[in-house]
Unconditional design. Sequence first.
Length: 213
Amino acid sequence: MKVPTRAWKRSGALIAGVAVGFVGVGLCATPASAHTPVWTVTCSEVTVDLTAYNSNVTNTVTITVDGKDVLLPAKEFGREFHETLKLPEHKTEVPVRLVVKAGDGERFSRDETKTSPVCETTTPSEPPKPSEPPKPSETPEPSETPEPSDTPSTEPPSSEPPAPSTSAPAPGDLAETGGSSATPVIAGAAVAAVLVGGGILVATRKRRAAARG
């Protein structure tokens, strides 16, 4: 049994359409997942990560700083490129430019510029000041010494002993010998008492003798 030619044509057209659809989807998906340039800029460095490039062609990458300093000259790479580069010190913000040239088409190339900020510098803390030693207590001022007399005595001391006093002490001045002005009176009274006692004794003896005779 023969298959109609028209049916064969329809089947061939259907297969061809499906194949073209798959190819179209593949072509659309390939650019979306390929050629992925990722790069970051900080105050001190640049990091570049280029992935999913065509390894069958020649690709190049170049990095410049402030439009004049070449941080990375044109360098060839294949499917991938990874690099971290130190930026020179700068006191003001500087532009950093990345140029990627893809060998399989200008549409995959990149020419981008980013700004590198200034790094914050921390000032070192001041060392602690040494503690001051305690101040010594104030010493009292010395008292003023007495000034010597203006006219010192020039007479030499006398070497002769003092002359003894020739005047007799007064009758009542007997304090140094233990005597006083009342001593003669007491002595006289004692003598009188003895005499009176003797007289009484003599008179008594006479009376006794007269009485016996």
